[in-house]
Design a protein around this ligand. Structure first.
Ligand code: AMP
Ligand code: MG
Length: 327
């Protein structure tokens, strides 16, 4: 019995050292400095582009009484501050909508750290439980406006990277072929891709594509606007990175009218109590028409650096489902 537990202890200790070494190896990855430099260049190009287009930058929030309801479940992450329940920020969607109540603000963005305690099944190549998204929202925005804006932003970022990151690309053994954009991004509807490729349409379409493209019409959170001329379809969209790198951005035109918000919330049994102040603002007609989106910085880095997995874009692992996290 004693020998056995001693042996077990030794195995456990060994495993702990292995995990520690893994974390050290990750930090010491010789490619990491180049990957981080490319990521820095992405953020610099994004800021530059936003500044030139007069998109006002806000600071991020890390916790709030309301946050993105998401369309998949994550582990519980409630926090309490002075007796009030908060949650960690999953996305600033409601804060973007609320900010645009200010008459002097038309277009805003945030480089926004998000925490989503993803289940271990999401310990795949494209999910982290902590990541950063560039989140933007435009007053009087439309889908078409976001398509044009994002496409132009992607072109700007890619051109900047091609110009500024030659040394990094050489060190990473990369060409810039995947950053050559010829056509305007194609637009597909979920129903047409599903018919063609079945349930796994996003992955298959991404694998077949050589340039980024849009997928329009997803049934998901209550705040993405339903197309009232075509009930049961939605004015929302994802930007898909090609070559199997899949979703890079999600967004939509938003519901902002009281009756629409209530209808959509009830359809999915959304907890209205938690949103009662938000609902009150909608009832008063304070919320305005907007459209926007958010794209993951690490996912863009993964595509640009053609990394095997998103976790290769981080210094410290944030891959869901690991047996232990050192840092
Ligand atoms: P969403 O609105 O939930 O689609 O999130 C906006 C964008 O953030 C996505 O299109 C991804 O680029 C990125 N993103 C979302 N969840 C994760 C995650 N768990 N890990 C890394 N990036 C993510
Ligand atoms: Mg999404």
């Amino acid at each position: 019995m004693e020998v056995c537990s001693l042996k077990e202890k030794m195995i456990e200790k060994e495993r702990e050292l292995e995990l520690l070494n893994e974390a050290v190896d990750k930090i010491k990855n010789p490619k990491l400095p180049y990957i981080l430099r490319v990521q820095q260049s992405i953020l610099r190009a994004v800021d530059d582009y936003m500044y030139k287009n007069k998109i006002t930058r806000m600071m991020p929030l890390m916790m709030a009484p309301i946050t993105d309801t998401l369309n998949h479940s994550v582990e519980e992450s409630a926090l309490f501050y002075q007796g009030q329940e908060f949650d960690v920020m999953k996305s600033m969607i409601f804060h973007k909508q609320a900010t645009l109540m200010n008459k002097g603000l038309e277009k805003i963005y945030i480089v926004s750290p998000n925490i989503r305690l993803e289940s271990s099944e999401r310990g795949d190549k494209r999910h982290l439980f902590e990541f950063t998204q560039v989140d933007f929202e435009f007053k009087e925005g439309t889908m078409e406006m976001v398509f044009e804006f994002m496409e132009s932003l992607v072109r700007y970022v890619f051109e900047f990277i091609k110009k500024e990151c030659t040394e990094e690309f050489k060190a990473l053994g990369l060409t810039t072929d995947h950053l050559e954009l010829k056509d305007t991004f194609k637009k597909y509807r979920t129903e047409e891709l599903e018919e063609k490729y079945g349930e796994d349409f996003e992955r298959i379409a991404s694998e077949k594509a050589t340039e980024p493209f849009w997928i329009i019409n997803h049934k998901r959170e209550f705040y993405d606007a339903e197309d009232l001329d075509n009930k049961g379809t939605y004015k929302n969209y994802d930007l898909i990175w090609p070559k199997g790198y899949v979703e890079g951005l999600s967004g939509g035109e938003r519901e902002y009218k009281y009756d629409r918000i209530i209808t959509r919330m009830r359809e999915i049994n959304q907890d209205e109590e938690r949103f009662k102040d938000y609902i009150e603002l909608a009832k008063r007609g304070e919320l305005v028409k907007t459209a926007g989106a958010g794209f993951g910085v690490e996912r863009m880095t993964r595509f640009i650096c053609q990394l095997n997995q998103i976790d290769d874009a981080t210094v410290f692992t944030r891959k869901p489902g690991k047996e232990k996290y050192i840092f």
